[in-house]
Design a protein around this ligand. Sequence first.
Ligand code: ATP
Ligand code: MG
Length: 346
Amino acid sequence: MIELKNISKTFRTSKKKTTALNNVSLKIDQGKIFGIIGKSGAGKSTLIRCVNLLEKPDQGEVWVDDINLLELSESKLTMERRKIGMIFQHFNLLSSRTVEDNIALPLELIGTPKSEIKNRIDELLHLVGISEKAKEYPANLSGGQKQRVAIARALASKPALLLCDEATSALDPATTKSILKLLKEINQKLNITILLITHEMEVINSICDEVGVIDNAMLVEHGTVEEIFTNPKEEITKEFISESLDLSLPPFFQKNITEEKSNHQYCIYKLIFTNQPQYNTVIEDAKKLYDTDIEIINSRIEYAGSINYGTFFIKVNTEKNTTLIENYFNEQRFNIQKIGYVRNNH
Ligand SMILES: Nc1ncnc2c1ncn2[C@@H]1O[C@H](COP(=O)(O)OP(=O)(O)OP(=O)(O)O)[C@@H](O)[C@H]1O
Ligand SMILES: [Mg+2]
């Protein structure tokens, strides 16, 4: 179990003062995968570094398994840190050491006997699926393989908690998926708690149990992944969800769109929704109620557990009262944004 209580951190340089964390509290049960999402500069890395005290908070308490880390002496803290592994965006491997020697490093530092290290390395290489790379140097590995080495090294001292700072941000989509799958497997096999930070909602959706949203140094929203996707309260959370769908107006419409209504018979809207089991019915009902054409020109729907969320671009005939139609979608819990007007033949 990890608990952060009222953590604050301000960085002061000779020129300015930056509050990176402002009174952040959160609790993570053993065995859970907790994701923190936030924009660049929101305070994510500072938060994760406060958990193992790589960064010392100005205020607050950091509890790991009923121990307040801030009250420990330097030597006791070193012992407690062995229960916390960490991986990074750029892997942080030692280029002069082979894969097996990188993984051995934390064990050598705590004086583990050589034969024990050898067995542990074999186990770890097998766990992360790169046994055949034991004698390679990091320069000869792909990004995904390097991150597997970093994961094995982080797990060497059998930690109860794994911290992941943007662990998949330097990887392509397919490799990202395979690393996320590995993290989930490790979480389930070893019952290890994972705290990860990311700026991508897909990462949260694919492996996390719970999510916290950090904005401007504050934890503005948190809950289970399904709760947050069912009813995102903060604008920034809604933005993360809709950005993750990565849907844009087709280029053909982009070329022909204008802000001027005159002589244009169709209005284009973007509709964004979460938790709308009846989205088809809502659109069909709008057509009947307002006796108008509504054509879907692009759409994407995804699921977070059993909760759907999606984005549509629709084309509505402007001969009808479009304000009424806009109000109707708002009442049905769709976020509706007017994009512009197009001519009849577009
Ligand atoms: N050592 C430091 N000295 C001064 N300011 C710092 C330091 N570390 C972080 N900051 C500032 O604190 C704020 C939060 O930084 P942090 O690295 O936690 O953000 P982040 O959410 O991880 O961003 P990114 O997604 O870009 O990695 C930023 O404004 C940053 O400039
Ligand atoms: Mg960061």
